[in-house]
Design a protein around this ligand. Structure first.
Ligand SMILES: [Zn+2]
Length: 171
């Protein structure tokens, strides 16, 4: 019997006659651990950040919610939400967010912005939490002596090393 071109097995996996008492020298195939959740393409450089969020009340259903206002690099440099919204939407797991009372980061229609935009939403009713209102909350927090570090809610995420993140990392 010859190995034809139609063989489904690669050559290195072809069967050899077993020798009684001789163990295979090949280690058993190991299960691969899943890679960390990221929106980066394989091989693309990434930067590890943590989510910064403010607490808000949904204007529609009045539920107490959190909303992402940006990301923190190594707990220091801050990059605003708008500059990494697309990357966040692709990388974040809605279930992880929901556990912290944050709705999905996703594109939503907005009466004020043609075509809508990638935004925060209410974790209960998915109402759009507008970016200007959230920027106001952030400004109030900082004006009252609050720090960016206080907004760290302990959710790490690996983002593609896009320009705003690289600038913040090296600034
Ligand atoms: Zn709501």
């Amino acid at each position: 019997m010859s190995a034809g071109h139609d063989s489904a097995l690669p050559r290195r996996l072809s069967l050899v006659p077993s020798v009684p008492g001789l163990e295979s020298p090949l280690p058993a195939p190991r299960r691969q651990a899943p890679p960390p959740r990221t929106s980066a393409a394989p091989g693309e450089p990434t930067i590890r950040v943590r989510l910064a969020a403010v607490t808000d009340r949904c204007w529609q259903c009045r539920t107490k919610v959190r909303a992402v206002v940006g990301v923190l690099l190594e707990g220091r440099a801050f990059v605003p939400f708008d500059e990494v919204a697309e990357e966040l939407a692709a990388a974040l797991d809605p279930r992880v967010l929901a556990a912290r009372r944050i709705g999905p980061i996703a594109h939503r229609d907005s009466p004020g912005v043609e075509g809508g935009y990638i935004s925060n939403g209410c974790v209960e009713c998915d109402a759009l939490l507008g970016r200007f209102a959230l920027e106001d909350l952030l400004r109030e927090h900082l004006a009252g002596g609050g720090t960016y570090g206080q907004l760290d809610i302990g959710i790490p995420v690996e983002l593609p090393a896009v320009a705003p993140l690289r600038r913040a990392a090296h600034g």
